[in-house]
Design a protein around this ligand. Sequence first.
Ligand code: NAD
Ligand code: DAU
Length: 358
Amino acid sequence: MAKTVLVTGGCGFIGANFVRLLLETRPDWRVINLDKLTYAGNLHSLADLAEHPNYRFVRGDICDQALLDSLFQEERIDTVVHFAAESHVDRSITGPAEFIRTNITGTFTLLEAAKKQWLDSGNKDENCRFLHVSTDEVYGSLGATGFFTEQTPYDPRSPYSASKASSDHLVRAYFHTYGLPILITNCSNNYGPYQFPEKLIPLVLNNGLQGKELPVYGDGGNVRDWLYVQDHCEAIVRVVEQGRLGEAYNIGGHNEKNNLQVVELLCDMLDEKLGLLLPSGEPRRSLITFVKDRLGHDRRYAIDADKIDQELGWTPKYTFEQGIEKTVTWYLDNQAWMDAVIDGSYQQYYAEMYGKKL
Ligand code: NAD
Ligand code: DAU
């Protein structure tokens, strides 16, 4: 069925992969990408799609109620897929204010716009959907065993996860109070093309390529469940199309690894593809440096994704071996993308493309 989708944060890592997936696989969906272009927003990631007939980019802030109201009216938005957020746990520890503003107030502002357009206007449309893209971090930290299910009580422990938990609660409240047609997804760690190199995997790839130190927090034993980004994006489409209103769906990769295992694997893959480090001739594992641990570092995340499998028939398509091979190959083939991020020139792209000042 044709849709007009507002994707927020479509210039970020997952959002860009999601916009790409929609334009490739849903020819009758119109995609409006609303993104503030913070440091994490990168128009380069969608440069080849900028002129696509079903696509429009709007630079703007999800906290801007007037902008949201006019976009909803002008475009007759019937579906929201809400990615826009401050997403990096380390930044939330050193500067939480922006996380509170964007993740909580921004989500609230977006909910208000959807409510106004879909419910208060009297034009109720059964096909409207508001999907909030959230994280497994809302559930807290696991010990050596067990999995997060949709029934696991919320126990966020960083400013980032507390802000995401707060926004999840607001989204649920708009369902129970007003009947807004919401859905929530709580996903584990994504990896793949277009990820900003502040996150573990692209950071290690970039530093490994340049022969720089590879910082491993604490003892490297913290465990994450890794999911290839395309699998996450396909799961989101599935939930938009088939999810039960008011429900949350956990999304995970059935793929637990500790951080040291991930870093060592990436070192070995780079060695195999590029040869050992020059001029020392040492393997890249020699770059691994154990550094001070992240404050409040959650020890283990693991997802029970049975609900989305049983209700909606979604399971990941990519094994970790396949996903990581595609990812390493992508970063090696797209070094210009990474170079522009590292030297900051990616932030000029808006001015070049749209003729406006940043
Ligand atoms: P990202 O940091 O790469 O991208 C965030 C995007 O949001 C950027 O393009 C940024 O410019 C935009 N943005 C930030 N503040 C904005 C604002 N006020 N108004 C409009 N746009 C704004 O994030 P990501 O890793 O792609 O994550 C996307 C979403 O998925 C987030 O909500 C995150 O919590 C969630 N999530 C991420 C992961 C993961 O592993 N990366 C896993 C589970 C859930
Ligand atoms: O679980 C889902 C979450 O995954 C998302 O909600 C977040 O938006 C996303 O950033 C990610 O959070 P993490 O904190 O798990 O991701 P990050 O890549 O920052 O770190 C992964 C692990 O690696 C974590 O245990 C911290 C560790 N780490 C990270 C960096 C950047 C290191 O050991 N060294 C590093 O330099």
